[in-house]
Design a protein around this ligand. Structure first.
Ligand code: SAH
Ligand code: F3S
Length: 447
């Protein structure tokens, strides 16, 4: 077998895609290796969401060029969002790249690699292609938790975002293909699936017959072996009451919603073309909390969007305090080629973005600590992932609300179990607890 090394940057969708690529290349006699120097083929799965992500990739490609200079037979490929966005620049700046292909071409990866070998010259494949559900996975990678892409692309056109350019039109996979994939994963021992899409709440609206995410989740619920269902990422614009009821009513759907706000200022939201106001967002949160009082929320926020004033920024701080997120991801606005915001006037200086970034993180950390305190002494279901990172004698797992919990198992719980844990300490980045009962009992309790 030849050796394949994969380097993955960016979001969960990229992680998912990388795994499928490794699965597909199995049929072309490639097996995975962790070592760059052992590899015959290195594929870099790239992210273009912010400039920083792209810089990392270009610097990695520089290192790979040095490797290739020593071993000219090594094949280097670039896939993912940057491949789609910067094909020319990659070929110019990163000599030594043999293959560039976008996400629509993933299904053809085997053929593309063969072409590079046969033709001995760089191959470029960045056009549109029909939607295919790829379920191949590399050997020995069964997971307790898996991502499942349910749709590709995005058509929202938020003015800061490059995804509609890099990942193309919004297309949903058929429920049958998704359910077949989830059944396969469950048969291999998977207990938790995260349904993935850039605007996952839009799932199924482009299918005939029309369907939706709630209907899909109901069908995943019925798959034996799967204990938890998550979904990400949602745009508040299309988040419906029907979806809120699905979170409330479908037992396996976890009480955790990632709902990107981006900004707390209506003026900025409008210029971002997000399609909702802060009032609408707060109404949605109120409806969600009313239906699912336990729900944990996380969000994405951008600081330093063009024209963002001190008042706009304070409106974002205010929203973070009002909503009470469990987790907040803050990004400094990064102008992206081909997006409307990149050429808007009043771009914000880097130092202002940095300052707002740290102020926002501080407020978010305080608000999150407050939210965490609610978990003190509570008994929660934990899906055991593996040994604890800091102390391998302990086990680690996650709550339904996606918090990390460490606990002493004393041989009474194993990886893959769902156990009831009483929370004894609420720490800044994790929780500590103690077994409250045996696994068999808790699985029943969680229903
Ligand atoms: N589909 C998601 C977003 C995916 S991109 C949604 O509906 O919001 C992940 C996050 O990256 C976004 O939520 C946004 O906060 C951030 N992001 C996207 N483009 C950005 C840019 N140009 N600069 C800074 N952050 C950006
Ligand atoms: Fe990007 Fe907005 Fe879609 S943030 S992924 S264009 S919903």
């Amino acid at each position: 077998m030849a050796k394949l090394h994969l380097i993955t940057y960016g979001c969960q969708m990229n992680e998912y895609d990388s795994e499928r690529v490794a699965g597909l290349l199995k049929a072309h006699a490639y097996e995975l290796t962790d070592s760059e120097t052992e590899a015959d083929l290195i594929l870099v799965n790239t992210c273009a969401i912010r400039e920083k992500a792209e810089e990392k990739v270009f610097s990695k490609l520089g290192q790979l060029r040095a490797l290739k200079a020593r071993r000219p037979e090594l094949i280097v490929g670039v896939m993912g969002c940057m491949a789609q966005l910067h094909q020319g620049e990659i070929q110019r700046r990163a000599a030594g790249v043999d293959l560039v292909f976008g996400s629509p071409a993933i299904a053809k990866v085997g053929e593309l690699v063969e072409r590079v070998k046969r033709e001995g010259r760089p191959v470029l494949e960045t056009g549109e292609a029909p939607l295919v559900k790829i379920t191949a996975t590399p050997a020995g990678t069964s997971h307790l938790k898996s991502y499942v892409t349910v749709m590709e692309g995005c058509e929202k056109r938020c003015t800061f975002c490059v995804v509609p350019v890099t990942r193309g039109r919004q297309r949903s996979h058929s429920p049958e293909s998704i359910l077949a994939e989830v059944r396969g994963l469950a048969a291999e021992g998977c207990r938790e699936v995260t349904l993935l899409g850039q605007t996952v709440e839009m799932y199924g609206r482009d299918l005939a017959p029309l369907t939706d995410l709630a209907a899909l989740m109901e069908r995943v619920e019925a798959i034996e072996g799967i204990e938890r269902i998550r979904f990400t990422t949602s745009n508040p614009f299309n988040f419906t009451s029907r979806l809120i009821h699905a979170i409330r009513d479908i037992p396996k759907v976890c009480e955790y919603v990632h709902l990107p706000l981006q900004s707390g200022s209506n003026r900025v939201l409008e210029r971002m073309n997000r399609g909702y106001t802060r009032q609408r967002y707060l109404e949605l949160i109120a409806e969600l909390r009313e239906a699912v009082p336990e729900v944990a929320l996380s969000t994405d926020l951008i600081v330093g969007f063009p024209g963002e004033t001190e008042d706009d920024f304070e409106a974002t701080l205010d929203m973070v305090e009002r909503v009470g997120y469990d987790n907040v991801f803050v990004f400094r606005y990064s102008p992206r080629p081909g997006t409307p915001a990149a050429t808007m006037p009043e771009q914000i200086p880097l130092e202002v973005k940095a300052q707002r970034n740290s102020r926002l993180l501080e407020v978010a950390a305080r608000a999150a600590a407050e939210r965490s305190r609610r978990l003190q002494d509570r008994v929660v279901d934990v899906l055991v992932d593996g040994p604890s990172r800091k102390n391998t004698r302990e086990l680690q797992g996650r709550t339904r609300c996606n918090r990390v919990v460490n606990f002493e198992a004393d041989g009474r719980a194993a990886v893959g179990d769902i156990v009831a844990i009483q929370i004894t300490d609420v720490l800044p980045h994790s929780l500590r607890g103690a077994l409250a009962s045996l696994p068999e009992e808790t699985v029943c309790l969680s229903r």
